[in-house]
Every structure is written in structure tokens, then in C-alpha cells.
Design a protein around this ligand. Structure first.
Ligand code: GUN
Length: 295
């Protein structure tokens, strides 16, 4: 049976390190501040935003949650971004996506000061990840990389196959794993919905990172014996045996694949907790940079 790599355990280690860094900032008079802007009343977004605020407070950081109505205009939202760009007590902020359809997400992301862009969505930060000189790393891929490093998974010279090519996971994940350095130095292949004979490629992976958004897409016969399998997917599927009538599953068929993998992340409990953790790490890094301290 495969070893489980749990986001709860890996994030606990990182939170302990962040607390030390936050204490050091506070002793120099800087309270790291993170703001989250929520436009409209999408229930899933409300939950995510609340969790981000709660984690800030648990770590002793300043948390600001800005709730704007669903009929907010582009000008009003841009004015809020401008205000946060210029607020010295806010070291990092993000605008929760998706935005209501009348708003231009790209224009909003482009307006965020790259130094405060803790999501790492601004094109200049995305470019810096690609050239290997990042200020911030995007939270979910950074969380995956930390899980590999802290589980003792060798990445140097290994074949990493990334399944999925989204801007927030697949593409930055591939860019990060191909860099020089710890938790990287891999040979990287990206496969996606248009790839021919995808299983013949996933079977070559020493490390398989799956973010394709299809429930239980990866089956045992698509995985090499002994591979490390990281499942970024979270899909809600109907399950009448469950009290809610549904449950969360990943993009990997866990029950099958755990029999062939050497290590695997479950869903829930795998990558999930890492995303907020790495967002907090980016906020602390932004505060350190703003206070002229260590990077
Ligand atoms: N919506 C879902 N995930 C994210 C995220 O990581 N950042 C932002 N801004 N919105 C999201």
C-alpha cells in the first residue's frame, strides 16, 4: 500500500515556520496584513474567503475582508484595488475569483501591484516563475512542491508528468518543476485533454501530478508501479450513501491507484490544505519584503 502524503501534516510544519517569521516581523513593528476582496454572494467563494480570514487571525496576522455587492461596477472594483495597492498596512491581497460575469477579471488582475499579488496571477509574476526568479509562487503548485520536498520525494532527474494545463495549476507546476533547484530539476511532460494516447505517457511518470478536473480520471493501469501520485482535483460527485448525498473525490481513482503507487495524496486531506498555507506564506513574504527584511 502506498504511503499517504497529508496536507495537514505538511502544512503544520510550514505554519510553525511562518509563526516564527511573523513573530520576527512583529518584533520589528510590522504586522503582516492580508486583504481578500469578495464580489457578490457565491456560497463557495464565501467559504474560501472566510477560511483565509480565519487562518490569518489564527497566525496573528491582520486580516481584512472586503465584501462588495454583486452589482459592483468595474470602476468601483478598480478603485478598491487602487486603495489596497496604496494601503501600507496591507502587504498582500487578492480578489476572489470567479467574478460576476459583467466584470473584467484580466483588467483587475493586471491592476494589482505585483508586490502585493499573493495569488501570483499578475503576468509579471507569472513570467518571473517561468524564468526562475520568482517573488511569489502560485499557491497550489507551491503546495504540491512542498509536499514533494517534505515527504522526501527525490525530484532531480525524475520524470514528472503534469496532467492538465490550467493557468493556475498545470502550466505553473510544469514551469516550477523544470527549474534548477531543490524540489525541481525534473524532466517535465504536460499532457491534457487533446493528448494522444495519454496513458502511455502517464505510465512513464516517476511523479504524476494530476489537475485535470475529471473525477477519478487516473486509473491504476495509467500509473507506473512505485510512482508518487499527487492529486490536485476536487470534484463533488453524487453518493446516495453519504449523508449530504454527495462527496468529494479527486482526479485519481484513489482505491485503485494506492495499490500501485509508492506514495499518494488522498482527497480530501491531500493537497487541499496546502493552498491556504502557501497563500499565507506569500503574505508573510510580502510583509518581509516590504519591511526590508529577509526574503
Ligand atoms: N478562486 C478559487 N481559487 C482561487 C484562488 O486561488 N485565488 C483567487 N483569487 N480566487 C480563487
Amino acid at each position: 500500500m502506498a504511503k499517504l502524503i497529508l496536507g495537514k501534516d505538511v502544512s503544520a510544519e510550514i505554519y510553525a515556520e511562518l509563526r516564527t517569521r511573523i513573530d520576527a516581523l512583529k518584533s520589528k513593528g510590522t504586522v503582516p496584513g492580508l486583504a481578500v476582496v469578495l464580489v457578490g454572494d457565491d456560497p463557495a467563494s464565501q467559504v474560501y474567503v472566510r477560511k483565509k480570514g480565519e487562518m490569518c487571525e489564527e497566525l496573528g496576522m491582520k486580516s481584512v475582508i472586503v465584501c462588495m455587492p454583486a452589482d459592483t461596477t468595474q470602476e468601483q472594483l478598480m478603485a478598491k484595488v487602487d486603495e489596497l495597492n496604496n494601503d501600507p498596512t496591507i502587504h498582500g491581497f487578492l480578489v476572489q475569483l470567479p467574478l460576476p460575469s459583467h466584470l473584467d477579471e484580466e483588467a483587475v488582475i493586471n491592476a494589482i501591484d505585483p508586490k502585493k499579488d499573493v495569488d501570483c496571477f499578475h503576468p509579471s509574476n507569472v513570467g518571473r516563475v517561468l524564468i526562475g526568479d520568482p517573488d511569489f509562487l502560485p499557491a497550489t503548485p507551491a503546495g504540491v512542491q512542498q509536499m514533494l520536498i517534505r515527504s522526501g520525494t527525490e525530484t532531480s532527474g525524475k520524470h514528472v508528468v503534469v496532467v492538465g494545463r490550467s493557468n493556475i495549476v498545470g502550466k505553473p507546476m510544469a514551469a516550477m518543476m523544470v527549474q534548477k533547484g531543490v524540489g525541481a530539476d525534473s524532466t517535465v511532460t504536460v499532457v491534457h485533454s487533446r493528448t494522444k494516447d495519454l496513458p502511455s505517457i502517464t505510465r512513464q511518470a516517476d511523479i504524476l501530478i494530476v489537475a485535470i478536473g475529471k473525477p477519478r480520471f487516473i486509473k491504476a493501469d495509467m500509473v507506473k508501479e512505485g510512482a508518487v501520485v499527487i492529486d490536485v482535483g476536487t470534484n463533488r460527485v453524487e453518493d446516495p450513501t453519504h449523508p449530504k448525498g454527495s462527496r468529494l473525490v479527486g482526479d485519481v481513482d484513489f482505491e485503485e491507484v494506492e495499490k500501485v503507487a509508492s506514495a499518494i495524496t488522498p482527497v480530501p486531506g491531500g493537497v487541499g490544505p496546502m493552498t491556504i498555507c502557501m497563500l499565507m506564506a506569500n503574505a508573510v513574504k510580502a510583509a518581509e519584503k516590504a519591511s526590508g527584511g529577509k526574503i
